[in-house]
Design a protein around this ligand. Structure first.
Ligand code: GRF
Length: 211
């Protein structure tokens, strides 16, 4: 089976990107990262990629007055590297409809809550964890899902719950959930790269290795 060419989009520190790199280097994923793109200048994730000899570029959103031209620049870069699977690893820009159409069912996102709780427009970064704590939930967690036109509405691939402690702060909860993200995202990418994910309506069916 040929390796799946992966494009990873980031906006910041890139610890999820690092988890993917580590799993690929260990030979656990039948894929290779062809390009890492950051929509922000000086994102630390770019340095992580370069350190591992991976192509990485900044396409700074601030340099584009028009969203469609910005999206087109990202799509062109992905195309240049023959990307088959797009992974959003802490990518903060909202994708255009053209982008989603072009990579239909081939875009995976990680979100730091148990979707459909604390997700959608405005729920990013520490806001997600603050909202969960303010609500008083006993569990939160991480979700990996396919991306569709809605905000965090696409079919769910994997989820894992994380217990909320009475003395949690948004920072402490985020840190525990991030550890789970680092496990869940590579696991979902691995399943995708082995061709084991099938979307049936809203459901993602995961085939076992022997099916
Ligand atoms: C993660 O919590 C991710 O779920 C969210 O942004 C954070 C990114 O972290 N969308 P990193 O850049 O991968 O370290």
């Amino acid at each position: 089976m040929p390796k799946v060419k992966i494009g990873v989009l980031i906006s910041g520190s890139g610890t999820n990107l690092q988890a993917l790199i580590d799993n690929i280097e260990k030979g656990l994923i039948n894929g290779e990262i062809s390009i890492v793109i950051s929509d922000k200048k000086d994102a630390f994730g770019i340095q992580r990629a370069k350190k591992h000899g991976i192509n990485a570029v900044e396409i700074d959103k601030k340099n584009f007055a028009d969203k469609n031209i910005f999206m087109k620049a990202i799509m062109d870069e992905l195309e240049k590297h023959h990307v088959e699977l797009v992974v959003l690893a802490g990518f903060l820009s909202i994708l255009s409809e053209d982008f989603i159409e072009k990579f239909r069912n081939r875009i995976i996102n990680i979100h730091p809550s148990l979707i459909p709780a604390f997700c959608g427009k405005g729920y990013y970064g520490q806001r997600v964890h603050k909202a969960a704590l303010d609500y008083g939930v006993k569990v939160s967690g991480a979700t990996v899902h396919f991306v569709d036109e809605g905000a965090d509405t696409g079919p769910i691939i994997l989820q894992e719950a994380v217990k909320v402690e009475d003395d949690d702060t948004p920072e402490s909860l985020a840190a525990r959930i991030l550890k789970v993200e680092h496990k869940l995202l590579p696991q979902a990418v691995k399943l995708y790269c082995e061709g084991r994910l099938t979307i049936e309506g809203r459901k993602v069916i995961i085939r076992t290795q022997n099916d």
